[in-house]
Design a protein around this ligand. Structure first.
Ligand code: FA5
Length: 332
């Protein structure tokens, strides 16, 4: 057993000094060759007494296995070294690219819209996503039981333990911010309100249960639909830079405007697409906001931001924006 321990020590020392394949081969012959030091011990097992054989046999076999493994590991390393003799690091290799995040396409579109309206002297205002029934409906001239409430399928919020006196909901449009802003400010003004809106609807290629709207509200002493037309057309021409756009204004109904209209656009000979609701602010809405409807008038509009993004980037399905699929997101 002493011999075995010595052999192991000597072998490991030799291995540490072996710099190339030839030295490793010499080591192999010295210990594992036909007349190798370990081979001789293995051969002599036959002449040993049983006791000795039981002790030395397994130890010598294990050592042979260990030597073989060590030698083949070192040979593999020596081989690699031979094919790349200079440096372990290739200083000329191109760097690994770090992946950086970027803004979501809907955020990019919203930023662009904010920039364009800011250049036309509009202020940007925001409002709460959890809204009261009063601001989302009543103050917009849509009282409880009015059939127009069916135009907005609503997510109502359960009041839970907190006994609020108001009914709460996820706002179905950005129009409630009209009232909130007018309550706190005096006219004249011109604002836009971008923000997330929610509807309890079945989804399809152009409908989501949450989407983004852009409200616009301009109030002054002599604001007319002609001003509205100018603002909207100037906006779209900037937004779709250089693409040819046709506009279509259709009469429509929203309880908070009179008259109400819907605007469709057609780009470069494509299909007509409904893009927004709009109209002149209803006198009753001014009354809710404590403005004198005989003194003030204005226009309001609500654009679907997702739909604008779909047209701008030719995205066929609104649900892609919310899919979290990097193959889609990384195209922007
Ligand atoms: C409204 O929500 C009105 N508040 C707009 C308005 C404002 C009218 C001010 C008059 C004055 P409407 O339900 O049509 O209107 O929605 C406006 C736009 O939001 C639509 O033209 C469409 O572009 C977008 N939109 C509506 N529902 C969805 C939906 N489920 N998914 C994606 N976009 C939608």
């Amino acid at each position: 057993m002493e011999d075995i321990a010595k052999i192991k020590q000597a072998f490991l020392k030799g291995l540490g000094g072996a710099k190339d394949r030839a030295a490793l081969e010499a080591l192999r012959v010295e210990y594992l060759g036909r007349k190798g030091k370990l081979t001789l011990i293995l051969r002599s097992l036959g002449g040993m007494v049983l006791e000795e054989k039981k002790k030395i046999g397994p130890a010598a076999q294990a050592l042979r296995k260990e030597f073989e493994e060590l030698l083949s590991n070192h040979e593999a390393v020596a081989k690699e070294g031979a094919s790349a003799p200079h440096a372990a690091i290739d200083l000329t290799a191109p760097g690994r690219r770090f992946s950086r995040g970027h803004l979501h396409p809907l955020t990019q579109v919203e930023d662009e819209i904010r920039r364009i309206f800011a250049s036309m002297n509009f202020s940007v205002v925001e409002g709460p996503e959890v809204e009261s029934e009063y601001y989302n409906f009543d103050a917009l001239n849509i009282p409880a039981g009015h059939p127009a409430r069916d135009m907005w399928d609503t997510f109502w919020i359960s009041r839970g333990a907190k006994k609020s006196t108001e009914n709460l909901l996820l706002r179905t449009h950005t129009s409630p911010v009209q009232i909130r802003y007018m309550e706190a400010h005096e006219p004249p003004f011109q604002i836009i309100v971008p923000g997330r809106t929610f509807r309890y609807e079945a989804t399809d290629a152009s409908h989501e249960i949450n989407f983004d709207q852009l409200e616009g509200l301009v109030v002054g002493k002599s604001i007319t639909l002609a001003n509205f037309k100018f603002v909207v057309e100037a906006f779209f021409e900037k937004f779709f830079k250089g693409r040819k756009i046709e506009f279509r204004y259709r009469p429509s109904y929203f309880p908070f405007v009179e008259p109400g209209i819907e605007v469709d656009i057609k780009i470069a000979g494509g299909k007509w697409l409904e893009i927004m609701g709009a109209g002149m602010v209803h006198p009753r809405v001014f009354e809710y906001a404590h403005y004198n409807p005989h003194e003030w008038q204005g226009f309001a509009f609500g654009i679907g931001i997702d739909r604008l993004a779909m047209i701008k980037y030719r995205v066929p399905d609104i649900r892609l924006f919310y899919s979290g699929d990097l193959r889609f997101i990384n195209q922007f």
